[in-house]
Design a protein around this ligand. Structure first.
Ligand SMILES: Nc1ncnc2c1ncn2[C@@H]1O[C@H](COP(=O)(O)OP(=O)(O)OP(=O)(O)O)[C@@H](O)[C@H]1O
Ligand SMILES: [Mg+2]
Length: 265
């Protein structure tokens, strides 16, 4: 299986401080990864590297076979092959655009809409992705008026529009109520188990948000990788406790996880 992402000894340094340090990590085709770690650990920084919007200060990052900064790598050709849904993206999108336009513009690699008519085939795709995420009733709504959950689902549909080989999700369930979270986890689980779906990397703060079908976990603390590997072995109470710096117990029930601290004695 070929590498979707390969980081070798990657550090990103800003203002003399390493945001991530000596990170070596590889994601193979078909794998679905979850990234866990405390606030400020470097999770979004890893996604920014994976999306080719951030280059390593030292080390090498190879995405879908292209090395960042390497000879023959054109990030403008690489970026449409990667779908990214995160808070930073939401802020860049025009609030007055409709939900359908918001998703459609992704097909043209733009955050704004323009006057030209879109191809009917693209509109059909946009409608299909929005339908898959339960957004059919919102096609004509302005993006700026959506609730947190509706916005998250629109962004995921948008990230799927270019038919990416790699899909990056930064805290897709943050801000959702319990029903909204369960709905999204179910939809992401369905996507994760679809053999034609792209490779996926999802950042989350809560093991409860890990969709069934996700295969691997990476834990990061203070810019350094603590654990990376198959979910069954690496998502342990020991690793999670080290990652968050307090005693935690992880429980696995059916195809879902929960975590909690030790009871007061
Ligand atoms: N451009 C920058 N210049 C300086 N420091 C930065 C820059 N971008 C991020 N940082 C810092 O790097 C660290 C890692 O940031 P990152 O956004 O990757 O964390 P995170 O794990 O995604 O956290 P959260 O869970 O809060 O989203 C943080 O301490 C952040 O303040
Ligand atoms: Mg983050």
């Amino acid at each position: 299986m070929s590498d979707v992402l390969e980081l070798v000894d990657v550090s990103v340094v800003r203002d003399g401080r390493a945001l991530v340090e000596d990170v070596s990590w590889s994601v193979k085709e078909g794998e679905r990864w979850v990234i866990l770690g405390p606030n400020g650990a470097g999770k979004t920084t890893l996604l920014n590297l994976a999306s080719s919007y951030l280059f390593p200060s030292t080390g090498t990052a190879t995405i879908l076979g292209d090395q960042l900064g390497g000879v023959g790598t054109d990030v403008f050709e690489l970026r449409p092959r990667i779908g990214m849904a995160g808070v930073a993206m939401a802020d860049k999108l025009p609030k007055r655009q409709t939900v359908l336009q918001t998703v459609l513009t992704a097909a043209y690699g733009m955050t704004a809409t323009w006057n030209e008519n879109y191809e009917a085939v693209d509109e059909e795709r946009a409608r299909a992705f929005l339908d898959r995420l339960g957004m059919t009733e919102y096609l004509g709504r302005r993006f700026g008026t959506l609730s947190e959950g509706e916005r998250k689902r629109t962004l995921i549909a948008r990230a799927m529009m270019t038919d990416p080989e790699l899909l990056l999700l930064d805290e897709p369930a943050a801000g959702l109520d319990l029903g909204g979270r369960e709905d999204l986890v179910r939809r992401l689980g369905r996507l994760a188990r679809d053999p034609y779906a792209p490779s996926m990397i999802m950042v989350t703060h809560h093991v409860e948000e890990i969709p069934p079908g996700f295969t691997h976990v990476l834990m990061i603390r203070q810019g350094k990788i603590l654990a990376a590997g198959p979910m069954e072995t690496e998502l342990s109470s020991r690793n999670l406790s080290r990652c968050f710096g307090l005693p935690l117990i992880v429980e696995h029930t059916g195809d879902r996880y929960t975590a909690h601290g030790l009871p007061l004695s």
